[in-house]
Design a protein. Structure first.
Length: 244
């Protein structure tokens, strides 16, 4: 299923159905007809978010059925990301199958260093010129400013300590950070293991506060697209980098 299709479904479920129905036992029953007991498990997963062990977290994501073909990104978001990437090195944090990296590689062949990061990388497609690293977004194994552009799509909504995650993205980005999250509302019964919900663009701006002056935050087909330019480190930092 393509992202554009699920976004249309989400419009009906999130915007047209009133909350009193979305959180009802009747909706839970209907959802179980479609996804079985996994819907109940997802609701319990969110309720227990602050107390989950790493093993429980990883087990659910390994067993969670993949809804989209290859990538959670829409064609419009992919095109925008490929256009906005700057520099010759890029890290995709939360790369999944590597589908977005493949699209970027096809659209921007001048990018010579491509790295994908996820806590599980065994399922990532082998793409020429792409290196994969198994790591968690809250503790990325890279030096400060290691990549010109850092991309993170459909990950922040899954991370309990999302402020630490965003700080890590900013830390390893030399020039630009690009983040995409779904624009969605929270309900008790849903079909995804999300912890964080951003119903408006300004909701996400609160999550990334403080944003630098050079930033964009806008809605692209029910997904929030955020792009910021990292502040110039200044001449002192540049001198240290040359000396290293």
């Amino acid at each position: 299923m393509r992202r554009e299709t699920t976004n249309r479904i989400r419009f009906v479920l999130e915007d047209l159905l009133p909350p009193v129905l979305r959180d009802s036992a009747a909706f839970h029953w209907l959802a179980r007809q479609a996804w079985g007991g996994h819907v109940t498990r997802l609701a319990e997963f969110r309720a227990r978010a602050p107390f989950l062990t790493e093993a429980e977290y990883e087990a659910l994501y390994r067993e969670h059925p993949r809804v989209h073909d290859g990538t959670d990104n829409s064609r419009a978001c992919i095109a925008r990301i490929a256009r906005d990437v700057t520099g010759d090195s890029l890290c995709d944090v939360g790369c999944g199958t590597g589908a977005l990296l493949r699209r970027i590689h096809e659209a921007r062949p001048e990018i010579t260093r491509l790295t994908g990061v996820d806590f599980v990388v065994e399922d990532a497609a082998q793409i020429e010129g792409v290196d994969y690293v198994a790591a968690r977004i809250e503790d990325l194994p890279f030096e400060d400013g290691a990549f010109n552009t850092v991309v993170c799509t459909h990950v922040i909504e899954h991370v309990l300590d999302y402020r630490r995650a965003i700080a890590e993205l900013r830390r390893i980005a030399r020039k630009r950070v690009i983040i995409v999250v779904p624009r969605e509302r929270e309900y008790r019964y849903a079909f995804n293991p999300h912890f964080n919900f951003f119903p408006y663009t300004h909701s996400f701006l609160r999550a990334v506060h403080p944003s630098p002056e050079a930033h964009v935050c806008e809605d692209i087909g029910r997904d929030i697209y955020y792009c910021e330019d990292r502040p110039d480190p200044g001449p002192a930092a540049a001198s240290r980098e040359r000396a290293a």
